[in-house]
Design a protein around this ligand. Sequence first.
Ligand code: RAT
Ligand code: ZN
Length: 432
Amino acid sequence: MTDPFKARSSAQEPMRSVNPLEIEEAVREVLDTTPFVDIHTHLFPPSFGKLGLWGIDEVLTYHYLEAELFRSSELSPEKYWTLSKSEQAELIWRTLFVGNSPISEATRGVVAVLRAFGLPTGPSALPEARAFFQQQNVESHVPHVLKMAGLQSVVMTNDPLDPAEAPYWLRGIGVHPQFHAALRLDRVLNTWPEHWQAVQAQGYIVDSSAGGKSISEIRRFLADWTKRMRPVYMACSLPDTFEFPNDSANGILLRYGILPSCRESGLPLSLMIGVRKQVNPRIRLAGDAVGRANLRAVENLCRDFPENRFLVSILSRENQHELCVLARKFNNLMPFGCWWFLNNASIVEEITRERLEMLGASFIPQHSDARVLEQVIYKWANTRRIVGKVLVDNYRLLAEDGGSVTRKEIERDVTRLFRTNAENWMRVDSRA
Ligand code: RAT
Ligand code: ZN
């Protein structure tokens, strides 16, 4: 119960203009109490068994940390891959948390996770953390962690050609109210020559050149998987060299297969562009890099397919301004997230400022890309901290310029940025 006699600051009054000195308090409170939608993760609900990663050993062996390990350890990657998961986690702990200060974004995140559970964070913290996570029951741990992160729901990454994942769907796994599916098409769109037979093995008449009946069959494949997964979007990550139009299987499948299927099912297509896969295969998942992309491809798609909607995240920092300019030209383009190598405080701040200045609240500032459940705790705390700072600066400028800022307006803007832009594009309604 609120005390009716307790003085309320203007920051807490919904309709009254917030005193410029109290803007920060109001923004922080609204960010802390608004449930967000995480539009791209690699998480799974408990019903997917071992595919859902959680716990301290998984947190420590995140590929962002593996990349950092090899910079501070003499151990060869080949030797590292022979270790058990717990040996790998111990090595990363000793190297990055005991032998060095955890001041990088990814290492600091582990400390923040431990602290969020009230666990020790010092050099000898690992055994107690392990004991704590072993005691958790995954069914209750999952919703608890999402709540700690201030998340209403998350979007998964679901690959119909992943031999470990597809059987769950084919058996008719039920949907979890907090985990939305996303139909991920990297194997289809990027490596068709290696994967057309996997599509064929599922009963579709396709060939290596994506000719003949391949297009109508791929559309049947997408319709079947859309029915099975009920995805909120279709998605693909693409290399920095991606061009559109193009005459390869990628261009043909995109133009005649994926785009019409998205139109038919009303789903947006998420394009994550700029990854240079496996520049160092020795370090496996940690071995991908970034390249500047040619955003003419995005421009061509948005202009030539006005009936399609595109969620777009670009990996290269150098492409971000161009993406904002394109979003001002095409309202079927929704920029989202500060992806992977961009998800660092300094770069998130820079990109978010640029987007707010150019697009107002008409973009989705961040996704977590979490692969391990507990990562959402630190990733979303960081986002709230940084985006909060940027929002405060912009509201202060508005107040200085003579505008009024009410608590209600702050709530509206934060809800739009972190929830309803995503929900509207994905056509999911949290009020339902
Ligand atoms: O950020 C990451 O974890 C990457 O390895 C990728 O998974 C990327 O986010 C993707 O979805 O392709
Ligand atoms: Zn991802």
